[in-house]
Design a protein. Structure first.
Length: 61
């Protein structure tokens, strides 16, 4: 899920109220620093996240 920074904490608070969202966390932020999705690792490094292969969205036809 993506949200504007001004609403992120409010959305997270609401997600945590549900059983399925109780472990929800903010895991990143959008930045113009990189032209790709970059993951910051638990030890402080950075890693490029490759785009999914194929069509990751299931279709109902």
């Amino acid at each position: 899920m993506a949200a504007i920074p001004q609403k992120a904490e409010e959305i997270l608070k609401e997600l945590k109220l549900s059983e399925l969202g109780k472990n929800a966390e903010i895991i990143g932020e959008a930045s113009s620093e990189f032209s790709q999705v970059v993951l910051q690792t638990a030890v402080g490094g950075k890693r490029i996240v490759l785009p999914p292969v194929g069509d990751p969205v299931p279709r109902i036809c």
